[in-house]
Design a protein around this ligand. Structure first.
Ligand code: FAD
Length: 1068
C-alpha cells in the first residue's frame, strides 16, 4: 500500500482483507483425497476438452455462422448427423484424415444449408490460437486441485490435424492423464474410454468426478459410477459446483483487484505477444488482466497467462515530471534487494519501450500471501501478533543492513542530509496545497528544521514501510515480500522505523490509516512503539537514540502534508469523494499529533529562537498621570514605549502592543463597559437579590443585543480552534486575554458579550469535537446567545479534584445511553435559559483510568434530571444560573449525543479547560485591577488620625504589594496565553497550571487588602469587592483546587533538567 495512494480519493475507503479460507472441509492427513463430511471421497477430476476447458465446437460454430451468413445450426446438425457413424465421430476416432473429413463435412453442411458452406474457414477458426484457449478459471481450478494432491485428467473427443499431431491446445503438464479419442480409436460415450482413463488414473469410478457439456457423455460416465457435473452455461458455474463437491476453493480471486477500468486499458494482444517472447511458447492461452485497487500513481495489473501469474506496473499515461513515477527505480531497487536476500517480489523484466503498451513498464512474479490490513490484527492470537510485528521489524533491519556498494545501490539517492531535504520537500508540498493557516503546521515548519537529527547512517529507506505493505506467509509469521518501493531512496533508516509506528498513535476509527491507539497493545500482544523501536536497535546492534520523538513528529507532519494535498485537490474538483473533503480536518488532526511529538521532544529551541519569533516586550506599562483613575475606578494603560504589534506572534504584554484591529476592539470594549455596563451595575445587583432573581435580568438581554450589534460578541473562541473565524472574532488567546481582563472588571460583563463560563468552554468543546449535527443543534443557539448551558462533572460523594473518581454511569440500552448519577456545583443549571447539560460519566468503568469517561450532550428537558437545590458561595446564590445539586435518574439520551465517541471524556475535559483557565485568570486580574483602583480612590478621600489614609505607611505598602502581585500574575497569564498560541495547549501545560495556582490567590489577597482599606463598607454589597472576593476564593476550587495545579507544576519541574547541575552533597 503506497502512501501516494492516500492521494487518490478511491483509496480512501480501504477494504480490509485477510485471505483466510474457511470451510467445513478438512484435508485427510497423509492421503491425497478430499472428503465432504459424511460424503464420498474424491481422488481425481476428469475434464472433457471442447466445451469444458476450451469453447465447444457448437459455440464457435454459432458465431461463425452469423458472421458468414450461414443458416444458423448448420454445423451442429452436421456434427451430430448419423451419430457415431457420421463424419465427425469418425474423425474423432482418428478414422479420417483432416482433408477427407473436411471434404465430406463440407458436402454435408452444404446439403443442410442448401448453399455452399466454406467449412475450411470454420475449421481454421476452431483450431486457431485465438479461439482454442483454455478458460483461465479452469486453469486456476486445475492448479488448485493439483495443489491439494488430487489427480487431474483430460478425456477428450478430439481429432488429428493435417500435420499429424492431435488437436490438444492445452498445457499437458496440468494433467496426470490425457486420453485422446483420435489416438485411442474410441470416443465418448463408449464406456471403454472412461475405463481406460480410470485405469490410467488407478482409481475406482466413484473416486472421480467427470465434467462434460454433453448429456450423453455424462450419462455413460454416471452409469459406470463416476460422479458427473454438466457444464451447461459458463465454466464459472461448473467450477462452483465442483468446488462444492470437493470442498475447497478452486476459484481464488486475486485479492484487491477489479476489472480493468476503461481509461486504464492496455493493448492485450501486444502484451500477450511480448509475454510469449519473454516467457517462451508455453505461455499460450487467453490472457487474463485485472487491475489492482491500489497503484493509482503507477497503475498496477494482475496478469494470468497459462500457468504464469504476474504483476505489471507501468507509468501512468500522459506528460510526467522527469523524476515522477520512476518505475525504473522500483525495478532497480527490487532487483538489487532480491539479490541481497531481502524478500521482495521477483522482478522479471523492465520494458522501457513505450510502443508495447503505451508507456514503460516492468513485470514481476505475483506473490500470493496475506496482507494484514488492520494493524491491530483482529482474530489472531496475541503470540501470533507479536510474531507478526517481530517479523516486520526483522525485515526492516534486513533492508537497512543491505551493503549499498555490494548491491550497486550506492548512487540510488543522495548520501546524508536526508531530513533537511525531506523537511524542505514536504514543507514545499504543504505550502503548495495550503488552504488556510493551520497553527500546528506553522509551528512544525519552524520547529522541524531547528531539531534536525544528526544522520548516523545512510541506508535504503523504503519510504512507506507499514504493515499493509508486507505480504505474509499464510501459515507462519514470515514476510514473503515487501511491496511498494515507489518512495524508496537512500536516507536515514530511523525514518522507516518511526513511520512503521504510525498505527500506534492513530485511532481505529481513523478513516485513512487505521490505527490502534484506543486499544490495549499489551493485551493484544503487539509491542508498544517504544518496544518496537528498542527491538529494532537491538536487532541492528545499535544503541537507542534519544530524539525518537523527532522522527515521529516528522512522520505525522509528512502525512499531514499529504492529506492537505488531498483536501486541496477535493476543493479544486480533482478529487471528488466526501472523504477527500474530510481530509481537511484530518490534516489538523495529524498536525496536532505531529506537534504532540515535537512537544515531547522538547521545544527548548523554540524558547530560544528569537531569530524566528522575536518576543515583544512593552515593558513600560505604567499608569500615566492623566488617566490613572476614571470615575468608575477602572485602570487605564499608557505606555511609555511604543509597542510593536507588527512582529506577529510576539508576547504582547500591554494593549498598546495589540494589532490595530484588536486594539480598536479593545478600545470599543472599554468604551462599551464605561457607557453601558458600569452604570447599570447597581440595577443588576438589585435584580440579583430580588425575588425575580431566578429569571434572567431583561437589562442583561438588552445589553447583549447592544454588544452583538457593536460586534463585541463571541470574542473568546481562540483562533486556533476557529481558524476560519466561522464562529468567533478570530482572536488569539493572547489578544483575547487583554480583552478578557477588561470584561473581568465587572461581574456582569462577560455574559453581556456572550463570553461567560461555562458556555465558553462548552462552545469551544462543540467547535473542536462536535459533529455537524451537534453544532447545528447546540453550538448555533449558544453562539447566538439564545440558550445557555452547564457542565456536569463534580460529584458530592467522591473527591472530584481527581476527575477519574467520578462515578456517574453511562450505559447503553437499545439505541440510547442511560445516565445515572449525582452531581453538584453545576454552575448555570438553574438558569431557565440553560438548555444543554454537558455531562461527564463513565461508559467503561473497567477500562484504562483515563479512557473510562465519556461526554454526552444532554438536553435539559430530558426526563430524569432533578435539580435538588441551589448551593451558595458565602451565602451568594449567583442567580439566575446558580450552582445546582442535581440527580440524573435513568436519563435516556440518543447515542448520537456522545461527543467524539466513548472513552474520550477525559481528553475532551482537558482540552476544554486550557483557554477557560486563561479566561478565569484574566478576569481575576480584572477584579484585582478594579479592587486596587477602588482602593486608591478610597484611601485618597478618607482621613484617619489626622491624615489621608493614603499617607499611612501600611496602606502604601499594601498598594505597592498589590501592584507587584497583579503585574507578576498578569505577565505569567499572558505568557501562558502566548505559549498556547505559538506552541499549543499541551506545550503550555506548565504555564496553565502555574497561572491557575497563582491568579485566584493573588486576586484574593489584592481584593482582601482593598476590603481592608474600605473598612466595613468593603464587606457590603455597596461595592463589588465582597462579591469579587467570594469569586476569587471560589476559583481556588473551581477548575480544580490549587493543590492539583501545584502537583502538576511540581511534577513538570522535577522532570525538567536543572539549569545548574549541582550535587546534593554538602560543600566541605
Ligand atoms: C463556585 C464553583 C463553581 C463550580 N462549578 C462547577 C461546574 O460548573 N461543574 C462542575 O462539574 N464542577 C464545578 N465546581 C466544582 C469544582 O470543580 C470542584 O469543587 C473541584 O474540582 C474540587 O473538587 P471537590 O470539591 O470534590 O474537592 P475534593 O476533591 O474533595 O478536594 C478537597 C480538597 O482536597 C485537597 N486536595 C485535592 N487534591 C489534592 C492533591 N493532589 N494534593 C493535595 N491536596 C489535594 C484540596 O485542598 C482540595 O480542596 C464548582 C465549584 C465552585 C466552588
Amino acid at each position: 500500500m503506497c502512501i501516494r495512494r492516500l492521494l487518490h480519493p478511491s483509496s480512501l475507503h480501504w477494504a480490509w482483507r485477510t485471505t483466510v479460507l474457511k470451510g467445513t472441509w478438512r484435508r485427510q492427513q497423509g492421503t491425497h483425497c478430499w472428503k465432504r463430511s459424511g460424503g464420498s471421497t474424491y481422488r481425481a477430476v476428469i475434464f472433457d476438452m471442447g466445451g469444458v476447458l476450451i469453447p465447444s465446437p457448437g459455440t464457435v460454430a454459432a458465431g461463425w455462422e452469423v458472421q458468414n451468413h450461414i443458416p444458423s445450426g448448420t454445423i451442429l446438425k452436421a456434427l451430430t448427423k448419423d451419430g457415431e457413424n457420421g463424419p465427425w465421430m469418425r474423425f474423432m476416432r482418428g478414422e479420417m484424415t483432416t482433408e477427407g473429413f473436411l471434404e465430406e463435412f463440407e458436402r454435408l453442411c452444404s446439403e443442410i444449408a442448401k448453399t455452399s458452406v466454406p467449412v475450411d474457414s470454420f475449421f481454421s477458426l476452431l483450431t486457431s490460437e485465438q479461439v482454442a484457449k483454455q478458460f483461465p478459471v479452469m486453469t486456476q481450478a486445475i492448479s488448485q486441485i493439483r495443489a491439494k494432491g488430487l489427480q487431474t485428467a483430460v478425456l477428450s473427443n478430439n481429432f488429428c490435424l493435417s500435420n499429424g499431431k492431435s488437436f490438444l491446445p492445452l498445457d499437458r503438464k496440468q494433467f496426470d492423464v490425457v486420453v485422446e479419442s483420435c489416438l485411442e480409436g474410441v470416443c465418448k460415450p463408449d464406456p471403454g474410454i472412461y475405463q481406460l482413463c480410470l485405469e490410467r488414473l488407478g482409481l475406482q469410478p466413484s473416486e472421480s468426478i467427470f465434467l462434460d457439456d454433453l448429456g450423453s457423455n455424462l450419462k455413460a460416465a454416471a452409469s459406470l459410477g463416476i460422479h458427473t457435473i454438466k457444464q451447461v452455461e459458463d465454466p464459472e458455474t461448473a467450477v462452483k459446483e465442483l468446488e462444492s463437491l470437493l470442498g475447497f476453493p478452486l476459484h481464488v480471486g486475486v485479492p484487491n483487484t477489479h476489472p480493468v477500468r476503461k481509461s486504464m486499458e492496455i493493448p492485450k494482444d501486444a502484451l500477450e505477444k511480448y509475454l510469449k517472447d519473454l516467457l517462451g511458447t508455453g505461455a499460450t492461452g487467453p490472457l487474463e488482466l485485472l487491475q489492482f485497487d491500489h497503484g493509482q500513481s503507477n497503475p498496477t495489473y494482475f496478469i494470468r497467462l497459462a500457468d504464469h501469474q504476474l504483476v505489471l506496473r507501468k507509468k501512468p499515461p500522459g506528460a510526467l515530471l522527469p523524476s515522477a513515477h520512476a518505475i525504473e527505480r522500483e525495478f532497480r531497487i527490487m532487483k538489487a534487494l532480491g539479490n541481497a536476500g531481502v524478500p521482495v517480489p521477483t522482478v522479471l523484466d523492465l520494458c522501457e519501450d513505450s510502443s508495447i503498451i503505451g508507456t514503460p513498464f516492468y513485470l514481476m512474479e505475483y506473490c500470493p500471501g496475506i496482507i494484514y490490513k488492520d494493524p491491530s490484527l483482529p482474530g489472531l492470537e496475541p503470540s501470533w501478533r507479536q510474531a507478526v510485528y517481530t517479523a516486520m521489524n526483522q525485515v526492516l533491519c534486513k533492508i537497512h543492513s543491505v551493503d549499498l556498494q555490494a548491491v550497486g545501490l550506492d548512487n540510488y539517492g543522495k548520501q546524508g542530509d536526508y531530513f533537511p531535504r525531506q523537511v524542505r520537500t514536504w514543507t514545499k508540498q504543504y505550502r503548495a496545497a495550503e488552504t488556510s493557516t493551520i497553527p500546528a503546521m506553522e509551528r512544525l515548519i519552524q520547529w522541524l528544521p531547528l531539531h534536525l537529527p544528526q544522520q548516523q547512517r545512510t541506508t535504503v529507506v523504503h519510504g512507506d514501510f507499514r504493515l499493509d505493505n508486507l505480504l505474509f506467509h499464510p501459515e507462519k509469521a514470515e514476510v514473503l515480500a515487501v511491496l511498494d518501493w515507489e518512495l524508496s531512496t537512500l536516507g536515514d533508516p530511523f525514518a522507516d522505523v518511526a513511520y512503521s509506528c504510525l498505527a500506534h498513535y492513530l485511532p481505529s476509527s481513523f478513516p485513512m490509516l487505521r490505527g490502534f491507539r484506543d486499544q490495549d497493545v499489551t493485551k493484544l500482544g503487539i509491542p508498544t512503539a517504544e518496544e518496537y523501536f528498542r527491538m529494532y536497535c537491538l536487532n541492528m546492534g545499535i544503541p537507542p537514540i534519544e530524539n525518537w520523538n523527532f522522527y515521529m513528529a516528522f512522520s505525522f507532519f509528512r502525512v499531514a502534508a499529504i492529506l492537505q494535498g488531498v483536501y486541496k485537490r477535493s476543493l479544486t474538483g480533482q478529487a471528488s469523494s466526501a472523504m477527500a473533503k474530510e481530509s481537511g480536518k484530518l490534516t489538523w488532526f495529524m498536525s496536532d499529533l505531529a506537534w504532540d511529538f515535537a512537544v515531547k521532544e522538547g521545544f527548548h529551541v523554540f524558547k530560544e529562537m528569537p531569530a524566528t519569533k522575536p518576543l515583544i516586550r512593552s515593558l513600560h506599562t505604567r499608569a500615566g498621570p492623566q488617566s490613572f483613575l476614571n470615575p468608575t475606578g477602572v485602570r487605564s494603560y499608557s505606555s511609555a514605549a511604543e509597542a510593536s504589534y507588527e512582529a506577529k506572534g510576539g508576547l504582547i504584554i500591554s494593549p498598546e502592543g495589540l494589532s490595530p484591529r484588536v486594539r480598536e476592539l479593545y478600545d470599543r470594549l472599554r468604551h462599551f463597559m464605561e457607557q453601558h455596563v458600569y452604570p447599570v451595575e447597581p440595577e443588576l445587583q438589585r435584580h440579583q437579590t430580588s425575588v425575580e432573581r431566578w429569571s434572567p435580568s431583561p437589562l442583561i438581554e438588552d445589553l447583549k443585543e447592544k454588544a452583538k450589534a457593536e460586534g463585541l460578541w463571541n470574542l473568546f473562541l481562540p483562533l486556533e480552534t476557529d481558524p476560519e473565524k466561522k464562529y468567533g472574532a478570530g482572536l488569539t488567546n493572547l489578544e483575547y486575554a487583554h480583552l478578557c481582563e477588561v470584561m473581568g472588571m465587572s461581574l456582569y460583563a462577560s455574559e453581556v458579550f456572550n463570553c461567560s463560563a461555562p458556555d465558553t468552554g462548552n462552545m469551544e468543546l462543540l467547535v473542536r469535537y462536535g459533529t455537524e449535527e451537534q453544532k447545528a443543534c447546540w453550538l448555533v443557539p449558544l453562539l447566538e446567545g439564545k440558550i445557555r448551558s452547564c457542565f456536569a462533572m463534580t460529584e458530592p460523594q467522591v473527591a472530584s479534584s481527581d476527575a477519574s473518581n467520578i462515578e456517574a454511569s453511562i450505559t447503553e440500552e437499545g439505541g440510547s445511553y442511560v445516565l445515572n448519577g449525582h452531581k453538584w456545583w453545576i454552575s448555570g443549571i438553574l438558569d431557565p435559559r440553560c438548555k444543554l447539560c454537558v455531562f461527564m460519566g463513565k461508559t467503561d468503568p473497567q477500562g484504562p483510568r483515563h479512557r473510562q469517561q465519556s461526554i454526552l450532550l444532554v438536553p435539559m428537558d430530558t426526563p430524569g434530571i432533578k435539580v435538588i437545590r441551589p448551593l451558595t458561595v458565602y451565602g451568594l446564590d449567583d442567580a439566575p444560573g446558580g450552582h445546582g445539586e442535581v440527580r440524573f435518574e435513568h436519563v435516556h439520551v440518543p447515542k448520537e449525543n456522545i461527543v467524539l465517541g466513548p472513552g474520550h471524556g477525559f481528553e475532551i475535559a482537558q482540552g476544554r479547560l486550557g483557554p477557560g483557565r486563561i479566561h478565569h485568570c484574566m478576569r481575576l486580574i480584572g477584579y484585582s485591577e478594579r479592587a486596587l483602583a477602588l482602593m486608591k480612590t478610597r484611601v485618597k478621600s478618607r482621613v484617619a488620625f489626622g491624615k489621608p489614609l493614603v499617607e499611612h505607611g501600611t496602606i502604601l505598602a499594601d498598594i505597592a504589594q498589590s501592584r507587584v502581585d497583579i503585574d507578576q500574575a498578569r505577565l505569567l497569564v499572558l505568557k501562558a496565553a502566548h505559549l498556547m498560541d505559538v506552541a499549543g495547549n499541551k506545550a503550555a501545560a506548565l504555564e496553565i497550571a502555574m497561572i491557575k495556582m497563582v491568579a485566584p490567590s493573588m486576586a484574593y489577597r489584592v481584593i482582601d487588602r482593598a476590603i481592608q482599606a474600605f473598612g466595613a463598607a468593603g464587606l457590603s454589597s455597596d461595592y463589588p469587592l465582597a462579591h469579587f472576593f467570594a469569586w476569587a476564593r471560589a476559583l481556588r476550587f473551581a477548575d480544580g483546587p490549587d493543590e492539583v495545579h501545584q502537583q502538576t507544576v511540581a511534577k513538570i519541574e522535577l522532570k525538567t533538567p536543572a539549569r545548574l547541575q549541582e550535587s546534593a552533597a554538602p560543600r566541605l
